[in-house]
Design a protein around this ligand. Structure first.
Ligand SMILES: Cc1cc2nc3c(=O)[nH]c(=O)nc-3n(C[C@H](O)[C@H](O)[C@H](O)COP(=O)(O)OP(=O)(O)OC[C@H]3O[C@@H](n4cnc5c(N)ncnc54)[C@H](O)[C@@H]3O)c2cc1C
Length: 436
């Protein structure tokens, strides 16, 4: 069975590795960019996704560069601590949580794909322009986006759109959907060389949904030198909910735009304005998501063997640090189903039935600010600060907010530690057959 993965981001690369691991070796990745580069700033990979990457044999490589996050803490606009909880191994998970540069994560995955599947399986400079059915198979046309020249047509038994928030595959399946939905929040992202703060491996959030800062260290090498490579995001709600014109992850902004709304965020544990002012570069991006879809199953839509994965399937607000983790889970479940069901249609149907509702719940939870509800509540009840936190929000309420989000997003420690693995190891090509 020939499988074409459209998009070589975190979802696409993890899918290639997972399929290979499950015994499906005829897999090609088509990536729009001319080469796989270390783009982006920091992201979090939660224990449910680190488990999957560990089962793919990548934990040592991740641990060599990433920070195993040990604590997550929420603060008010005034820098008063609202809630802190252990994360990763410190929280009793069998797998760590990693804070890592997105580019380094993509490179680890890419190198593993090259090593295991072969260099000729990753086709860079291949931007999908159209696809369709040809009898029982699928075809896909590509262009070189830099030159605009056609790059040829391929055929495959299954096409998987891992092509991100502006997915061409999704647009073709849902032509009337329009652009992603912007909630009016502008995010500025950057990386600053600084000093460790609080417990060193702490991720903090301060403020509330309309004016929020997130900061955490992402480099093991810097930590070993007693320093910290701080990934930060500053966010400000500047408009109402509306469609957002296309903008890409490399859109640069001025440092002053990012720092202006946060001049008062000078806390005793972190001087936020100073951190932002010392960044190498600042990138600006609107906070967008999309409504959950009624199906990701091309068979059900009369479009044949095509489906969606990762941000192409379920872009979500980055409030619970789950976008990349959910893409990794999608990849593992789809590979498992393709290796164990008897037809591609059955596999895509089972994948859709499991992952679509699960990720729709995370999209919905993130719209209600997910685990960060505690910051909203404190801002609403005590906008000028508090003397005694218990008078503002009870410990029980705080615990429930944290517990409920983990259950929704699939990383409640007890469930994750005890659930069966998604790994399917086969020495021979599994029996799954292309459609007739
Ligand atoms: C350049 C970049 C930087 C990012 N930086 C951050 C960050 O700093 N912090 C953060 O939290 N999240 C970041 N993200 C998003 C984050 O990586 C994703 O939310 C998450 O990992 C989901 O991964 P994905 O593979 O589904 O989508 P993505 O990571 O978006 O990957 C999609 C891939 O598909 C490729 N592609 C797009 N269209 C086509 C096409 N028509 N044909 C072929 N290939 C196509 C893209 O070039 C990309 O490599 C970034 C994404 C990108 C693409």
């Amino acid at each position: 069975m020939k499988i074409a993965i459209i998009g070589g981001g975190i979802g696409g690369m993890t899918l290639a590795l997972s399929l290979h691991d499950a015994g499906l070796h005829d897999v090609d990745v088509y990536e729009s960019d001319a080469r796989v580069r270390e783009l982006g700033v920091g992201i979090n990979v939660q224990p449910h996704a680190v488990r999957e990457l560990t089962e793919l044999g990548l934990q040592d490589q991740l641990a060599a560069v990433a920070i195993p996050t040990a604590e997550l803490a929420y603060y008010s606009t005034h820098g008063q601590r609202i809630w802190g909880e252990p994360r990763g191994l410190a929280a009793g998970y069998r797998w760590p949580q990693f804070s890592i540069h997105r580019g380094e994560l993509v490179l680890i995955l890419y190198r593993a794909v090259i090593e295991r599947l072969g260099e000729d399986r990753v086709h860079t400079g291949y931007h999908l322009s159209a696809f369709g059915q040809a009898g029982s198979r699928m075809w896909a046309d590509f262009i070189d986006r830099a030159s605009g020249e056609a790059n040829g047509r391929i055929e495959a038994d299954l096409l998987i759109g891992c092509d991100g928030v502006h997915s061409v595959v999704r647009q073709s399946l849902y032509p009337d959907e329009g652009p992603p939905k912007w909630n009016g929040v502008t995010m500025w992202r950057g990386i600053t060389r600084g000093k460790p703060f609080l417990a060193g491996r702490t991720m903090i959030m301060a403020g509330h949904f309309a004016r929020r800062v997130v900061a955490y260290p992402i480099s093991r090498q810097m930590e070993e030198r007693g320093e910290a490579l701080l990934n930060w995001v500053s966010e400000l709600k500047t408009a109402g909910d509306q469609p957002m014109p296309r903008q890409d992850w490399q859109h640069k902004a001025t440092i002053e735009d990012a720092v202006r709304p946060f001049e008062k965020f000078k806390f005793d544990f972190l001087d936020v304005p100073a951190m932002i002012r010392s960044a190498d570069a600042v990138y600006q991006y609107p906070m967008v998501d999309r409504d959950p879809l009624p199906t990701w199953n091309g068979f059900e839509m009369g479009r044949g063997a095509v489906t969606l994965l990762g941000d192409a399937a379920h872009p979500m607000y980055p409030v619970g640090s789950n976008g990349a983790s959910q893409a990794i889970l999608d990849a593992r479940v789809l590979a498992r189903e393709l290796a164990t069901q008897s037809t591609v249609e059955e596999a895509v149907t089972a994948y859709d039935a499991e992952r679509r509702p699960a990720t729709a719940a995370v999209v919905a939870a993130n719209r209600k600010v997910g685990p960060e509800q505690c910051m909203q509540i404190v801002e609403k009840r005590a906008p000028h600060g508090f003397t005694n936190l218990d008078d503002i929000i009870s410990m029980q309420e705080l615990e429930e907010i944290s517990r409920a989000y983990k259950l929704t997003a699939g990383f409640d420690p007890a469930t994750l530690n005890s659930r069966a693995s998604h790994s399917v190891r086969r020495s021979v090509e599994p029996s799954v057959k292309p459609e007739n």
